[in-house]
Design a protein around this ligand. Structure first.
Ligand code: FES
Length: 147
């Protein structure tokens, strides 16, 4: 039984399955996700790595990011791009930060209008901010949690 109110979770026939996506493919430009249903929802403006972006009301932060680019972060161990794994809030592979430093689990956080999301490594963000502000500290504090 299906409900017309539930989102369709279909994959386009040309899309590769998750097991066949290589880290090199994640580094390619362009979005990871392609929206195939629910195109009628209200647009929602947000900022991704300093750039204006648009998602749709009801999108998770993960969906909003992966509709714009191939990955949500880079592994703190290998440096490889990551695009989430479980998509249900269990694996912690989708941590991102808001510009104020708040950590967000992208797959289980609904996007809100005006959110300012950072997907780059926290050290890179601090270094970039330090280069813009000569008074900023060059040594970022670590909270021991993956960026
Ligand atoms: S993708 Fe696994 S916790 Fe978000």
């Amino acid at each position: 039984m299906t409900s017309p109110d539930l989102p369709r979770m279909t994959r386009p026939p040309h899309a590769p399955d998750a097991a066949s996506v290589s880290p090199a493919a994640l580094a390619e430009p362009g979005p990871q996700f392609v929206r195939v249903a629910e195109l009628h929802r209200e647009p929602l403006a947000f900022v991704l790595d300093g750039r204006d972006a648009t998602a749709l009301a009801g999108d998770t932060v993960l969906t909003a990011i992966l509709m714009q680019q191939r990955s949500v972060r880079h592994s703190e161990f290998s440096g490889e791009p990551r695009a989430g794994f479980c998509l249900i809030g269990a694996c912690q592979d989708c941590w991102v930060r808001s510009e104020d430093g708040t950590r967000l689990r992208a797959c289980s956080t609904l996007l809100a209008a005006g959110m300012r999301i950072v997907t780059r490594n926290a050290v890179v963000v601090v270094a970039a901010n330090a280069s813009m502000d000569p008074m900023a500290s060059a040594s970022p504090a670590s909270d021991g949690v993956a960026p």
